[in-house]
Ligand binder design. Sequence first.
Ligand SMILES: C[S@@+](CC[C@H](N)C(=O)[O-])C[C@H]1O[C@@H](n2cnc3c(N)ncnc32)[C@H](O)[C@@H]1O
Length: 278
Amino acid sequence: MISVRCVVAFAIALSVVSFAVSASAQKTAQESAAAAKKPFDPVPGMPGKDSVWVPTPFVTLEKMYDLAKLTPKDFVMDLGSGDGRAIIVAAKRGTPGLGIEWNQDLINLSNKFAAEAGVSHLAKFERGDMFSADISKATVLGLFMLPDQLAKLTPKFLTMRPGSRITVNGFGIPGWTTDVTEKATGDCGTWCTAHLYIVPAPVAGTWRLGEADLALAQSFQMLTGTLTVSGKSTPVANGRLNGNKITFTVGDTQYSGRVNGTSMSGQVNGMPWSATKK
Ligand SMILES: C[S@@+](CC[C@H](N)C(=O)[O-])C[C@H]1O[C@@H](n2cnc3c(N)ncnc32)[C@H](O)[C@@H]1O
């Protein structure tokens, strides 16, 4: 037989447990209400769609834009724009821009920071995927992403107008020699290296240059090839592009000029030269 004392003890224990459960449920509800009210505060290393969020130090962004010689006539984009700082720093220099970010909380925070900095009219943010973003309006990209992401986007980078600048924090673009690399100074613990890449004009192929054939092979801004006259070929040396500007040497002769689609022209030994794509 269960004693009366036993039943009372069980009832008391049950009421203590149910009080504890209801108090803890109340506490959890209060905590979630507080969490709901708490402003979004991202932590470096926070997971993202294809990579974590790690912010670029402000001094590195300034160095990146110094290397890119950013002006208010540019249009800057960041793919995976995090808390919006790359676009906001550019906007503070008077340059309009657009950040593409997958995480809506980071976009909301970017808009808040842009408003606080008084640059909402220049700094815009959209939710999207970095790999399908339309970058055709951009003259400058300010990026911080993983090497395999940079590699995946490289064919798209090369469709940008020749002379467009891609400036990158930390990781370089695989296979593409930087035009300039410099370290940020000042308040910078990690991620202080800025790289600059200038999008080269596409020139690979054969060009008719006077009576000669100029055959060019291109690896980003680096050129090799031959100049063939009357069946005699001479190697092209020191071939290089800086956007639309081309320079190369054949023997002792230095050529410099500008590429304009399927034609190029310039100066050689103080005389004009021109070539047309075959
Ligand atoms: C290393 S952080 C760089 C943040 C910012 N660009 C900066 O320099 O401070 C990478 C950012 O890319 C975002 N991200 C990851 N995968 C993405 C994707 N597929 N499309 C758009 N954003 C993405 C992450 O949410 C994160 O904010």
